[in-house]
Design a protein around this ligand. Structure first.
Ligand SMILES: C[S@@+](CC[C@H](N)C(=O)[O-])C[C@H]1O[C@@H](n2cnc3c(N)ncnc32)[C@H](O)[C@@H]1O
Length: 587
């Protein structure tokens, strides 16, 4: 079968650089897998990532082989977590690298690059530092004009023995001095000196006699010269869920700034210690299940007993989405809560945890609409349309480094229709007082947003501490811990789901789309923060949700949160002190 035109185009560019097709092929295959077949990432900057990956892989291979040559053929063989690659950081040439597993490695360690300073005021480019002991040729992996090169000794006496090719585009001249990472390649030959790049072009022509190909090399140079970016590291993890979910959840950092998240991925919530979650068949009465159903409850003529929570109607459609009316009602209650949607407990567990002897008055809890799914005692099967959340995630998701300074975020890799279940909020099930203790001892080390399972506290009198529960995803959690906040018009909404237990001390919190979401859109939900609540123990982050309805109107703080007089960058401290409750007042 003839290769795809995009593959042919990629080969055309790499051939022009003298890279044989059979060597670039496995690299391309690997990147396509890592980027979920999104060619934009591969094509951008004239296939920069592809070419950089190739050269860096070659260099790594040479280093591993004691400077032996590499065919490059097998380096990306098999899946991206094959035995060859697992545990390795694969640097992507000039300024990128791929981290295929979980080790937390700083970008400095990852980059076996030479750092060059470009002095843009004059025509010369001088290398001020090169990798220790590495005297490989230095070149940008793409087509560039050679402006000038100076032989130079760096700090480590790694003097430049051969060629350096540096971009001469106007963008490279911006500012007086820009630090860049220059990739290392395996070109042989003496120092290249040229004012106009003709030497490089001549060399390319010499190494590639095919007139068609040498033309494309020149075209490439003219089309899109590389821009000198700040050093950055692209890291990816193929599946942060470690195959515990129905789908793989990749992580990618194209920005190159984020510290890799440090937590244990769990696909189901788990009791930390004191939380009382009573799951037993004996507690499910005949009225709480549909014993006589079979197959798919949604197809039966009459709604079964499991619709008791949703006024005798299933919340899901036959296609597996939330019914429009139900979803809209949930959105309305969340976005425009009325006074009657709040309940106030007499002895609020949240206030009690804060001050056992003199608790303050309850601040109120928002009543929520529940969905009850069929479960073990029900006669239907696992494919029943009323078992959506318990079947688990089906959407392809990716954790990525946001560019707006929100730290990591979550995006979808596929279009998702309105009302679709995306994921659950999973974490440790802790009691309110356990959470309070954690907050007190860990304070500023918090990195996620615990949620209080208080949707039904209004119907309880004197809630015991073991029954007043929260989910904390700080140390153990799932992909939901990466979902960032968006005020009011978020594309996800959290809905309480009752599955195993008829009481509502413990329930599942599931995220559904509030509208159709396009592939590569960031997913977000409204944490319910009151940005004007100056008394709240957590002074909220400066909101960068970008919504027209953003409630953080004043935006007083410059990209940091103040926490008890300590100023900590927002990406360092996520949520610190007691739970921000879902029902927090709206301004
Ligand atoms: C539950 S975590 C979300 C994942 C987080 N971004 C990360 O890197 O792990 C919540 C934290 O993300 C950041 N964040 C979330 N939404 C934000 C927003 N709209 N604007 C700015 N920062 C946000 C804040 O630092 C917040 O404390």
């Amino acid at each position: 079968m003839a290769p795809h035109p995009k593959v042919l185009q990629a080969f055309k560019v790499t051939r022009a650089l003298g890279i044989p097709d059979e060597e670039i092929k496995p690299v391309l295959k690997h990147l396509l897998r890592v980027f979920e077949r999104n060619w934009n990432f591969i094509e951008e900057d004239n296939y920069r990532t592809l070419v950089d990956s190739y050269y860096e892989l070659r260099k790594n291979k040479r280093t591993e082989d004691g400077h032996g040559s590499s065919s490059g053929k097998d380096d990306y063989k098999g899946s991206s977590v094959s035995s060859q690659t697992q545990g390795k950081v694969i640097s992507l040439g000039n300024n990128k690298s791929i981290d295929l597993v979980e080790p937390i490695i700083t970008s400095e360690e990852n980059l076996p690059h030479t750092i060059a300073k470009v002095h843009s005021s004059g025509p010369s480019v001088s290398l001020i530092n090169s990798s220790p002991g590495d005297n490989s040729n230095i070149t940008l992996a793409h087509s560039h004009e050679i402006v000038d090169c100076e032989e130079s000794s760096g700090k480590n006496n790694g003097s430049l023995k051969r060629g350096i090719v540096i971009d001469s585009t106007p963008s490279a001249r911006v500012g007086s001095s820009t630090e860049v990472i220059v990739g290392l390649s395996a070109h042989e030959g003496p120092i290249l000196r040229s004012d106009n790049g003709s030497e490089l072009k001549r060399r390319r022509r010499a190494s590639n006699p095919d007139p068609d190909e040498s033309r494309s090399s020149t075209e490439v140079a003219e089309q899109k010269p590389i821009t000198l970016a700040k050093k950055r590291t692209i890291r990816t993890i193929p599946d942060i869920a470690k195959r515990t979910e129905n789908v793989e959840i990749s992580l990618v950092d194209e920005v190159g700034n984020e510290k890799l998240p440090c937590f244990n991925y769990i696909p189901h919530s788990i009791i930390y210690q004191n939380a009382r979650v009573q799951v037993s068949l004996a507690r499910i009465s005949d009225d709480d299940c549909c014993l006589s159903c079979s197959g798919n409850c949604l197809s039966s003529e009459f709604p079964c007993a499991c619709t008791s929570e949703t006024c005798g109607e299933f919340a899901y459609t036959l296609e597996g989405q939330l019914k429009e009316e139900f979803l809209e009602a949930c959105i309305e209650m969340k976005n425009n809560p009325q006074q009657q949607h709040y309940v106030y407990c007499e002895d609020c567990p949240i206030e009690r945890a804060k001050n056992e002897f003199m608790p303050e008055k309850c601040k109120g809890h928002l009543l929520r609409k529940f969905i009850k799914e069929c479960w073990r005692r029900c006669g239907c099967d696992m494919q029943c349309g009323n078992r959506v959340v318990q079947r688990g995630m089906t959407c392809k998701l990716q954790v990525f480094a946001t560019r707006e300074g929100k730290g990591w975020g979550l995006r979808t890799l596929q279009n998702i229709p309105k009302g679709t279940f995306v994921c659950e909020y999973i974490g440790e099930i802790v009691t309110n007082s356990e959470l309070h203790d954690r907050n007190m001892s860990n304070g500023s080390k918090r990195h996620t947003y615990p949620v209080t399972l208080d949707a039904d506290w209004g119907s309880e009198r004197g809630l015991q501490d073991e029954d007043a529960l929260c989910l904390d995803a700080t140390y153990n959690g799932n992909v939901a811990r990466f979902i960032n906040h968006r005020c009011c018009d978020a594309n996800l909404i959290d809905i309480p789901i009752q599955i195993e237990t008829p009481d509502r001390h413990y329930y599942h919190l599931a995220f559904f789309t509030t509208r159709a979401v396009q592939a590569y859109e960031e997913l977000n939900w409204d944490y319910g923060i009151d940005f004007d609540d100056v008394d709240h123990p957590i002074k909220a982050f400066r909101c960068r949700c970008g919504s027209k309805l953003c409630r953080n109107k004043t935006q007083r703080r410059p990209y940091a949160v103040e926490l008890k007089n300590v100023c900590i960058p927002a990406h360092e401290v996520h949520y610190a002190f007691p739970t921000l409750r879902l029902e927090h007042k709206f301004s």
